[in-house]
Design a protein around this ligand. Structure first.
Ligand SMILES: Nc1ncnc2c1ncn2[C@@H]1O[C@H](COP(=O)(O)OP(=O)(O)OP(=O)(O)O)[C@@H](O)[C@H]1O
Length: 453
C-alpha cells in the first residue's frame, strides 16, 4: 500500500477491496440467480430476469442494405442511418440530439414525441421520409419482449422515470408518436437492448463472439443460450433454431439482498439518492453513473475527518454528483508519482494548494472503486461463461468506462483469468457502435429465416 496514504483512507476504502474468496462467492450466488431467471417456474420471482430477446440469428458478415436505428438508453440520444455495404465497409450517418434532462422524468408522451421529432428531422435532412426503411430501436432498459418488435418496459433505470411507460410496449409508443406527426413512413422491425447490439456488432467481424457487455452509464450483459434452455420462450422446445440471445439484465443482481456481503456504506448512500432506491444493486457497484459519486462520498468523509485537503474551502466537491466518473480515468492515467491529470481534475473542482499525500489518497480511492467495478464485472462474465460451458469465447464490449479507463481492460482480464477454469480461452474486444450497426444487424437478420448460429 502506498505509504503516503493515510490510515483513515485505507480503512475507508477497505470495503471495496474484494478478495478472491468473495469473488468466487459472488459467482456462485450469481449462477443461482441466472438459472432462476432462465427457468419458467422461477422466472417470475428471479432478480436476474434473463429476458428472451427473440434474436436467434447472429450475423454471418454477409448482411447488406440500409437501415435506420434509434439509440436511447443513457446519456445520449442518437438517430443513425446504417448502410451495410460490405463486411469491412459499413457507412454510418448519425446525429446526436441534445436530450433535455427534463424529458428523463417527464411524461412518456413527451419523450416519444421528442424521439419522433428527432427521427423526422434526421429523415428530412437525409431525404429518407418516404423510403420506409426498416428501423432497429435500441432501447436500453429492462424489456419483457413478446416478439422481436414488441417489448414491454419492466422498469426505468439509469435516472429515467417517465410517467406512463412502464407496462407498455415501447415500439407501439414510438409508432404512435410517429403517426401523431403524420409526416414519416417508418417500419420498426426490432427493439433491442444495447448489449444485444454490442454482441451483434462484434459478431459481424468475430464469429466466435457469444457475449455482449456494457460498462457505461449502466451495466448489463447478454449471451447466446441454447434455445432449449430459454424456457420463457414459448417455442423453446419446438424452435428449429438452436440458439437464443438472452438479455440477462444483470444490473438487478443483489436486489434481493444476496450482495450485502460485498456492499459498502457508501453504496447504500448512493442508492438512497437515486430515483430507483433498492434497485439495480449490481449495476450501482459497477457503472459510470455511480463510480464518481462513490469516490466523492469517500473524499467528503475524509475532508470532514480532517485527513484530506486540509484548509481547502472549495464547496464544489460537497455537491452531489460533482465528481465525474471520467475523473477516475483521468486520475488513474497519471504515472507513479505524476499528478498532471489529477491536478487538472482538482482545478476543475476548485481545490487548490493540495499536498502530494492528498493526491495519492485520491488516486487510492479511485483505484479502489474502479477495481471493485472490474472485479464485479469479471464475476458476471465468469458466471455466464461457466453457464455456457464453453472453452473459447469472444466478448464484445462497449461503454465509456471500459473504453476510457486506462486499466479497466487489464483488470477485467486479470480477474477473469483467475476465476475461470484453466484452459478456457477468452478475448475481450471493443465492439464498435453496437447501438447503431448492431441495431441494423438485428433488423437485417430479422428479415432472414434460415438458422444462422
Ligand atoms: N473517461 C471516462 N472514464 C470513465 N467513465 C466515463 C468516462 N467518460 C464517461 N464516463 C461515464 O460513462 C457513462 C456514459 O457511458 P457511455 O458513454 O457508454 O454512454 P451510454 O450509452 O449512456 O451508456 P449505457 O450504454 O450504459 O446506456 C457516464 O456515466 C459517464 O460518467
Amino acid at each position: 500500500m502506498p505509504s503516503l496514504v493515510n490510515m483513515e483512507v485505507e480503512l475507508a476504502v477497505k470495503g471495496f477491496l474484494i478478495d478472491q474468496e468473495k469473488m468466487a462467492e459472488v459467482v456462485e450466488r450469481m449462477t443461482k440467480e441466472l438459472k432462476m431467471g432462465l427457468a419458467k417456474d422461477t422466472h417470475p420471482r428471479a432478480v436476474i430476469k434473463c429476458f428472451v430477446t427473440y434474436v436467434q440469428d447472429l450475423p454471418t458478415g454477409k448482411e447488406r442494405g440500409k437501415y435506420l436505428a434509434l439509440d436511447l438508453g443513457g446519456t445520449n440520444f442518437r438517430v443513425l442511418l446504417v448502410n451495410l455495404v460490405g463486411q469491412s465497409d459499413i457507412q454510418i450517418t448519425s446525429k446526436s440530439y441534445d436530450f433535455p434532462s427534463t424529458l428523463m422524468t417527464g411524461t412518456g408522451k413527451a419523450l416519444f414525441d421528442f424521439l419522433a421529432e428527432c427521427l423526422a428531422e434526421f429523415c428530412k435532412e437525409n431525404g429518407l421520409e418516404n423510403d420506409n426503411l426498416p428501423l432497429g430501436f435500441t432501447f436500453s432498459f429492462p424489456l419483457q419482449q413478446q416478439g422481436l418488435s414488441k417489448g414491454i418496459l419492466v422498469a426505468w433505470t439509469k435516472g429515467f422515470n417517465c410517467e406512463g411507460v412502464v407496462g407498455k410496449n415501447v415500439v407501439q409508443l414510438l409508432q404512435d408518436a410517429i403517426e401523431r406527426r403524420g409526416d414519416l413512413k417508418i417500419n420498426t422491425v426490432a427493439v433491442l437492448n444495447d448489449t444485444v447490439g454490442t454482441l451483434m456488432s462484434c459478431a459481424f467481424n468475430h464469429p466466435n463472439c457469444r457475449i455482449g457487455l456494457i460498462v457505461g452509464t449502466g451495466s448489463n450483459a447478454c449471451y447466446v443460450e441454447k434455445t432449449v434452455n430459454a424456457e420463457c420462450f414459448e417455442g423453446y422446445q419446438t424452435s428449429p433454431k438452436p440458439s437464443m440471445v438472452i438479455n440477462c439484465e444483470w444490473g438487478a443482481f443483489g436486489d434481493n439482498g444476496v450482495l450485502e456481503f460485498v456492499r459498502t456504506a457508501y453504496d447504500k448512500v448512493v442508492d438512497k439518492v437515486t430515483p430507483n432506491p433498492g434497485k439495480q444493486t449490481f449495476e450501482k457497484c459497477i457503472s459510470g453513473m455511480y463510480m464518481g459519486e462513490l469516490v466523492r462520498l469517500v473524499v467528503v468523509e475524509m475532508i470532514g475527518k480532517g485527513v484530506m485537503f486540509v484548509g481547502d474551502s472549495s464547496q464544489k466537491i460537497q455537491q452531489r454528483w460533482s465528481f465525474k466518473s471520467s475523473y477516475i480515468s483521468d486520475i488513474e492515467s497519471d504515472g507513479p508519482g505524476e499528478y498532471r491529470s489529477c491536478n487538472k481534475v482538482l482545478h476543475e473542482l476548485g481545490i487548490i494548494g493540495s499536498q502530494e499525500a492528498d493526491k495519492e489518497a485520491l488516486r487510492f480511492i479511485c483505484e479502489a472503486v474502479s477495481s471493485r467495478s472490474a472485479k464485479m464485472c469479471a464475476c458476471g462474465l465468469v458466471t455466464i461463461i461457466n453457464k455456457m460451458n464453453i472453452n473459447e469465447v469472444v466478448i464484445g464490449i462497449d461503454g465509456s468506462v471500459y473504453r476510457y479507463h486506462p486499466k479497466y481492460h487489464d483488470m477485467l482480464h486479470f480477474h477473469m483469468r483467475k476465476l475461470l477454469k484453466p484452459g478456457v480461452k477468452f478475448e475481450l474486444v471493443v465492439s464498435e457502435d453496437g447501438s447503431g450497426r448492431g441495431a441494423a444487424l438485428v433488423a437485417a437478420t430479422a428479415g432472414q429465416s434460415k438458422p444462422k448460429m
